[in-house]
Design a protein around this ligand. Structure first.
Ligand code: SF4
Ligand code: SF4
Length: 85
């Protein structure tokens, strides 16, 4: 795993998200993208309902994340990279 990948453990403490973003799934797919699995990751991302673009930046998830991930900022970045490309 590359050092810059999102340190999400998949614990799901951040769920449920009011916008129904499947946060750990979005991060897992984005980590695959960062690892160079571009085509597979783009395909998997397209299959996610309520992906990063659905985030309303409420920050609810961030208070619950034991890894201290800046989730809403990451969702913004992921949307830019995966949806607006
Ligand atoms: S900040 Fe975004 S991802 Fe986190 S709970 Fe709110 S809507 Fe969901
Ligand atoms: S709470 Fe944090 S570490 Fe756990 S699944 Fe959500 S984003 Fe990943």
């Amino acid at each position: 795993m590359a050092a810059y990948q999102i340190p999400c453990t998949g614990c799901c403490d951040c769920l449920p998200c009011p916008a129904e973003v499947p946060i750990p799934e979005v991060f897992a797919v984005y980590n695959r993208f960062l690892a160079g699995e571009d085509e597979e990751a783009v395909r998997a991302y397209a299959g996610i309902e309520n992906a990063a673009g659905a985030c309303i930046r409420c920050s609810r998830c961030e208070k619950a994340c034991p890894a201290g991930i800046g989730i809403s900022a990451m969702m913004f970045e992921i949307r830019e990279e995966m949806e607006d490309a």
